[in-house]
Ligand binder design. Structure first.
Ligand code: ASP
Ligand code: MG
Length: 400
């Protein structure tokens, strides 16, 4: 069976690390594995390339920026292949386009349209380790494009799908934890997690795996292993829910500290007014979430929603426009809240999960404000000051 290994930039940050990975791969290949390696740029290379471009131009031409960024991965794959050759192992490095990856969409954020693995297969059949530059492909015009930051995970899963291979993502963390261990040091490592839960956790703030890569894994049913480079297989496997025996209501907790809560008050309610407010927010392409609306008995409207702190300048512009349009509007921005989310496919079949969450918070005198739910998650906002206690208490309650 073919296996796709993906190594992130931190695992390939210097030449010694590249040599170590090469010797590891060489041993696995000797043991009979057919290996395709997808590599990221070394360490912080991509950032450095972008900085260089910005020194030449505030707004670099994006076609050229793509050509430049793609060189990061090309360095790594060539060096890794040389290191393998040095160990007497036959190998070949390929750019994304040489590997048959066709992309579609805008420069710097394109998507993989298709993968034609025939070149890779022919090299594998000749006994070579095939090393492919992640994060890049070629569009219909024949231009190099990149897939958006962190895109090598997607390259790896797409290649695995086209080769009918397993996909193993190697990084500097030893797996996926129920909670970020930097916040809760007793967090347990998750052995198996479903694609849906992993996507939900990534969307709600856990920054381990790229959401698009997990989505692709789900679509093509590619099991994705996530673990530490050069270590035994004790990481996390992302797969279909049907293949998971565990029966827990909650799988993980994520924290999102990058939010503002915006409260709009004292407007006389009308549908067109609410629609108008959201039109304005939409015009500025603000990413909003946790929308809640309350109409008071006096007929006035209270509306709140969350948005990303990193979009503050857009938010300010939108608010300015809202104030111009609706003179009596009062808008408050709260920056001292965070969103805590509990994720678990098990909540579909377990009842009373919400009650347990809110009881736990209430018993610990932790006020919670805005609440939103999806089929497999419950989120609420709490004060930043309660981050640690809330996380610990909920972790204990749900054995995370
Ligand atoms: N090197 C690219 C980045 O830093 C792609 C990746 O690491 O996945 O975003
Ligand atoms: Mg990277």
């Amino acid at each position: 069976m073919i296996v796709v290994h993906k190594y992130g930039g931190s695992s390939l940050a210097d030449l010694d690390k590249i040599k170590n990975i090469a010797s590891h791969i060489s041993k696995l290949s000797d043991a009979g594995e057919q290996i395709v390696v997808v590599a990221s740029a070394m360490g912080k290379t991509t950032n450095k390339l972008i900085e260089m471009a910005k020194k030449i131009s505030e707004t670099p031409n994006i076609r050229e920026l793509d050509s430049l960024m793609a060189t990061g991965e090309q360095q790594t794959v060539a060096l890794l292949s040389m290191a393998l050759n040095e160990l007497g192992k036959k190998s070949i490095s390929l750019t994304g386009s040489q590997a048959g990856i066709t992309t579609i969409g805008h420069h710097t954020k394109s998507r993989i349209k298709s993968v034609d693995p025939k070149i890779i297969i022919s090299h594998l059949n000749r006994g070579k380790v095939v090393i492919v530059a992640g994060f890049q492909g070629m569009n219909q015009k024949g231009d190099i494009t990149t897939l958006g930051r962190g895109g090598s995970d997607t390259s790896a899963v797409a290649l695995a799908a086209s080769l009918g291979a397993r996909c193993e993502i190697y990084t500097d963390v030893d797996g996926i934890y129920s909670i970020d261990p930097r916040v809760y040091s007793d967090a347990k490592k998750i052995k198996y997690i479903s694609y849906e839960e992993m996507m939900e956790m990534a969307n709600l703030g856990a920054g381990i795996m790229e959401t698009r890569a997990v989505e692709l894994g789900k679509k093509y049913n590619v099991p994705i292993y996530v673990g530490e480079s050069l270590r035994d297989h004790d990481g996390t496997l992302i797969l279909n829910q049907d293949e998971i025996m565990e029966d827990k209501p909650i799988t993980g907790i994520t924290l999102n500290e990058d939010i503002f809560m915006v409260n709009i008050q004292h407007l006389p309610y009308s549908e067109s007014l609410v629609a108008g407010i959201f039109n304005t927010l939409g015009k500025f392409e603000l990413n909003i979430d946790m929308i809640s609306q309350n109409i008071t008995t006096a007929g006035t409207l209270d509306l709140s929603f969350s948005c990303f702190k990193r979009e503050e300048s857009l938010l300010k512009k939108a608010i300015e426009e809202l104030k111009n349009k609706f003179e009596e509007i009062s808008i408050e921005i709260k920056s001292d809240l965070i969103m805590i989310s509990l994720v678990g496919i098990g909540m579909v079949s377990h009842s009373g999960v919400a009650a347990k969450v809110f009881n736990t918070l209430a018993e610990n005198k932790i006020p919670f404000y805005h609440i939103t739910t999806s089929e497999i998650s419950i989120s609420c906002t709490i004060s930043k000051d309660h981050k640690k206690t809330a996380t610990e208490m909920l972790a204990r309650e749900f054995d995370l």
